[in-house]
Design a protein. Structure first.
Length: 76
């Protein structure tokens, strides 16, 4: 079964629990232990441009907006 709309697939598979479990097993997102997709910005949720130094956990855009409030003097 191929479909771009997952809700439609789930309604079709509700009557077939074994096939639904197999569908979920093979189509769920991969559990990640490292890489870009593991960390996201605490403020906006972006994955790219992430600054983890000093325990910030912000993307570079959010860091630029909040750097003065955080106490950074030189940030450009």
């Amino acid at each position: 079964m191929t479909t771009s709309n997952y809700s439609k697939a789930f309604t079709q598979l509700d009557k077939k629990p074994v096939k639904k479990a197999k569908y979920i097993k093979h189509n769920k997102p991969k559990e990640r232990s490292c890489g870009v997709a593991l960390r996201s910005c605490r403020r906006c949720g972006r994955n790219r441009g992430h600054i983890q130094k000093y325990g910030l956990g912000l993307c570079r855009q959010c860091f630029r907006e909040t750097a003065k409030k955080l106490g950074f003097k030189k940030y450009i």
